[in-house]
Ligand binder design. Structure first.
Ligand SMILES: [Zn+2]
Length: 163
């Protein structure tokens, strides 16, 4: 099993290779392609299976969250390293769920607090946050990055227990 920096380097290298082929084929760079790459980068730099290490080790992906990195520590108490988070299906789903619930909760509390303190938000925010259909392509990008990590950790998709 490679260490965190090797994981990151291999994932980024694969992205450069695939992106190079894509551009060499003369394919146009479109918003859906950006969504795919965005999801992939997110899954490489911010949402990786090794966040299940929690407090047990320094994890690059956790440190990448900066001031919010502590929000990942409880995950290491809830699950064991290379347990359910290191699986092909449940892993990426549960990690995403944890992210949405914990970070979404903190964001909602912060916005609620700011609003209660009398801060008003510009109405243009609502327009910018309207989801576009192609954003869903970030999901396969995230999964691809996640699965490359698992593969390098010696997990194999044909072992049904590892789903
Ligand atoms: Zn791992």
């Amino acid at each position: 099993m490679p260490n965190g920096d090797t994981h990151t380097a291999i994932n980024l290298g694969a992205l450069l290779g695939l992106g190079g082929v894509y551009l060499a084929l003369g394919l146009p760079w479109t918003p859906p392609a950006s969504a795919l790459v965005g999801g992939y980068l997110f899954g490489t730099l911010f949402l990786t299976p090794d966040l299940d290490l929690g407090h047990r080790a320094r994890v690059r992906a956790r440190r990448n969250w900066g001031a919010l990195s502590a929000l990942w520590l409880p995950l290491g108490i809830l699950v064991k390293h290379r347990g359910v988070i290191h699986t092909w299906g449940r892993g990426p789903a549960l990690l995403l769920l944890y992210f949405v619930v914990v970070f979404g909760g903190v964001l909602a509390l912060a916005l609620f607090g700011l609003q209660a303190a009398g801060v008003t938000f510009p109405p243009t925010w609502n327009v910018r946050l309207t989801p576009q259909a192609f954003w869903w392509l970030a999901l396969p990008g995230y999964l691809l990055a996640y699965w490359i990590h698992l593969w390098l950790d010696d997990y194999r998709p044909w072992r049904w227990r590892e789903w």
